[in-house]
Design a protein around this ligand. Sequence first.
Ligand code: BDR
Ligand code: CA
Length: 330
Amino acid sequence: MHKVILDTDPGIDDTMAIAYALCHPDIELLGLTTVFGNINIEKATRNAQYVLHMLGATTVKVAKGAAVPIVQNPMPHAEFVHGEDGIGNCYDGSVSYEPTAEHAALQALDAADYIIEQARLYPGEISLIAVGPLTNIAIALEREPKLPELVQQLIIMGGAVTEPGNVSPVAEANFLGDPHAADQVLGASWPATIVGLDVTHQILITDTHLKQLDDNAAKTGELIWQTSRFYVDFYSSKGAAADEQEPACAMHDAAAVAYLLIPDAFGVISGPARVIHDGVAVGQLALDRKGYEYGLTHWQDRPDCQACMQVDDALVLKHFVDTIVNYRLC
Ligand code: BDR
Ligand code: CA
């Protein structure tokens, strides 16, 4: 059984990741911690609660996190990718998601303190899965430098080792969202695995898969289908299509959950990593793949982290769809 905290900026693919983690019987979802990113922190926190409500899981805790990056000025949010409300314009506003007795999910602790509290409560047991900018994780690390020893592993959706970026020629959105945080987090000695664009651009979920969820996974499938409409349109406008030109989208954040559940579906490399935090390459992940004595100090004394470079995309897609169909809560 994996105890999981999912740090998220929901987000359409975040919604897929939440559903995946929530439904899989081998995961105990200890909570969602929210962060700015795809949308502002208010919408991210509301969406976390809304998505849990729609998935029939209002008892899963939500802790609100950072509104802005630790150093750099905030980047524009990605409403053009995820919709004005962050979830494909599917939030109907019919329910208030302020904390109430029924929705007592929202925690008094902020995201970083919630992560620390849970890590101390379950030392060595928690898989921390971060699928937004790494701000909350960097803040938690600053408040509790032993955090890397207290968690079992950190899985990060972010960055790209050899694949081009998705928000600049070299930068992936989550790392560009808070490059200082990403660089600090990758400088700490956790067992950390990056599930970046090198693999997530290979896992295209098609409308056939998504319709399968809509047809066979009741309210959970309906939510994924409906929220994905905006996202698939965005990806289609960028020329993303699976085999035979079927409309499709990348399921980035869900791939990080897949890594936890079926790590053998991924091929990894490892090395010390930096994230560039200023200049033309801001947000770029720079992972040393050779281990030479370069004479530069920037990668020296940095711990190795893993980065996924290959993936059995068909296996991941099947595992995701089967999990939702077979184990959905509603
Ligand atoms: C990442 O950026 C966000 O738009 C997605 O939710 C994902 O976490 C992909 O680059
Ligand atoms: Ca995300």
